[in-house]
Design a protein around this ligand. Sequence first.
Ligand code: FES
Length: 154
Amino acid sequence: MIENGTFKPVIVGFLCNWCSYRAADLAGTSRMGYPSTLRDIRIMCTGRLDPTFVLRALQKGADGVLIMGCHPGQCHYQAGNYKAIRRFALLKRTLRQLGLEEERVQLHWASAAEGVQFAETVARMTEQIKALGPLDWSHNWPNEDPYAVEEATE
Ligand code: FES
């Protein structure tokens, strides 16, 4: 997004309900300053994140995607974040082959008490993506939505 002539990244954040979403809340209620670049989406666990959600966000105009969840060993559902780590590695490999820069899709951890770390992560990622410039990936996709659910015909 270009705002007042300068590039302001749009980052879609998939935040785990039990930790990083609460860290975002803490950062907000504590009035910690961080860039307003994040569009957060609450998910119940990083293990629930289907990699196609990330692709869809990039396809729909995001310049980056931030996935944040509970620290390893602290997942509310025991092993969801370990599954996320494995999926993330595969997703990164795919994105690399598509020519996407490493910094555009990131996985981080933040507990509910880590509002400062949350704010710092968003600020750091915003600067990294600003340096890369807009992704503008939506132009690489066909006009029809590949994820559209077909309507049932009778
Ligand atoms: S519940 Fe937070 S990552 Fe699984």
